[in-house]
Design a protein around this ligand. Structure first.
Ligand code: UD1
Ligand code: UDP
Length: 355
């Protein structure tokens, strides 16, 4: 019997865990104990994903959200450690690059529990991003690093990981597993939707916490929305910040965050995507949509290389130019198997069983 303590906390982690938990459930020899740190806590940022994706209810809910990075990460470490001492898992499993990921990684390393990192090896090379720091620190203490792409594997090799006591596995991307599985379950949101709309999300700290960048992005989006519908499910972080900035955003179709089934419908039916999200850049590709990325760099460089993704940062002129020049991305001109083709969860569990 293998016991895995899975640490979840933020929206993209629930989506990724959906596919892996479904795979775990196929194996009687694996017991999964789920800890929800509480980093995301609104119903439409958390509970909806557990319901829709049929993830088992968390065994532990720590309720640590809405705090500064230090307070959040510190309190998570303390509480996850208590759970790990009680549960004595063989593995701690963490996803991605959030504060919940780092907290789980630190507990595993202090208690000498094997750590599995899903979405390992990604780099933006921007150390000001909290996510970059979280993923570098987590990778370094991982026993097994599940890389979604060849670039991620190469990043680890460049940093000397072949000399460390760890195993690097190219598993593919668990988000592709989810996109394939949920495509046929997509649900149209109950709002007025015009043909050929743009799907947009903005929530990354490098944009929301920099007034100049945020203003420039929203000025461009407002101008675009005068010509073409822009549907923007708004992250609570961005909502709070926008409330204090007196910006004209009257042409944007701003809605509350949606569940994954509605999100999949929006991705599948939009003309193209504009985002600073990590996950949505790939989902656009899975659904054969062009993505304009409102960041200065991306971890998914292969999408920029194959022409599916255009990096524009927060510069209004660049955003407008990309909007005007956007072309329908032709997937036939790109590589179809960049992300493992939907077999990542299977590969991950197979590796853990053989370890
Ligand atoms: C976190 C991750 C980010 C990821 C994002 C996914 C870190 C450092 N960042 O960013 O990598 O892209 O999740 O969405 O871990 N809030 C609510 N309700 C909620 C959740 C958040 O109101 O359910 C508000 C709170 O004011 C909170 C703020 O959003 O303080 C930011 O939340 P936090 O979890 O700190 O970071 P995210 O921006 O969500
Ligand atoms: N997402 C969602 N509802 C929304 C906005 C995003 O289900 O209202 C999904 C999105 O499709 C992707 C995941 O949330 O699967 C990405 O999370 P987010 O953009 O919050 O984080 P990131 O990927 O940037 O870390």
């Amino acid at each position: 019997m293998i016991k895995i303590l899975t640490i979840l906390g933020a929206r993209p982690q629930f989506i990724k865990a959906g596919s892996v938990s479904r795979e775990i459930a196929k194996h009687k020899v694996i017991e999964e104990v789920i800890v929800h740190t509480g980093q995301h806590y609104d119903a439409n940022m958390s509970d909806i994903f557990f319901d829709e994706m049929q993830i088992p209810k968390p065994n532990y809910f720590l309720g640590i959200g809405g705090k500064s990075h230090g307070a959040m990460t510190g309190q998570m470490i303390e509480k996850i450690e208590e759970v790990a001492i009680k549960e004595k898992p063989d593995w701690i499993m963490v996803y991605g690059d959030t504060n919940s990921t780092l907290a789980g990684a630190i507990v595993a390393s202090k208690l000498h529990i094997k750590l599995a990192h899903i979405e390992a090896g990604l780099r933006s090379f921007n150390m000001k991003m909290p996510e970059e720091v979280n993923r570098i620190l987590t990778d370094r203490v991982s026993s097994i690093l599940f890389c979604p792409t060849d670039v991620a594997v190469q990043n680890l090799k460049n940093e000397g990981y072949e000399n460390f006591d760890c195993k690097i596995v190219k598993s593919g991307d668990v988000m592709q597993d989810g996109a394939i599985f949920y495509k046929n379950l997509a649900v149209k949101p109950n709002i007025a939707i015009k043909k050929d709309f743009i799907l947009c999300t903005i929530h990354r700290a490098e944009n929301t916490d920099d007034e100049t960048r945020l203003k420039s992005i929203f000025e461009a989006l407002e101008e675009i929305a005068k010509e073409k519908q822009v549907i923007l499910p708004l992250h609570p972080r961005t909502k709070k910040i926008l409330e204090n900035l007196k910006l004209d955003i009257s042409h944007l179709t701003i809605i509350d965050p949606v569940g994954y089934l509605e999100m999949v419908w929006l991705i599948d039916n939009c003309d193209f995507v504009m985002t600073d999200s990590g996950g949505l850049q790939k989902e656009a590709y899975f659904f054969e949509k062009q993505c304009i990325t409102l960041r200065d760099e991306t971890e998914w460089v292969e999408l920029v290389e194959c022409g599916a993704n255009t990096l524009v940062g927060a510069n209004k002129e660049k955003i407008m130019e990309a909007y005007k020049n956007h072309s329908i991305f032709n997937i036939q001109n790109s590589q179809l198997d960049l992300y493992g083709g939907g077999k990542a969860s299977e590969n991950i569990i197979k590796e853990l069983l053989e370890y």
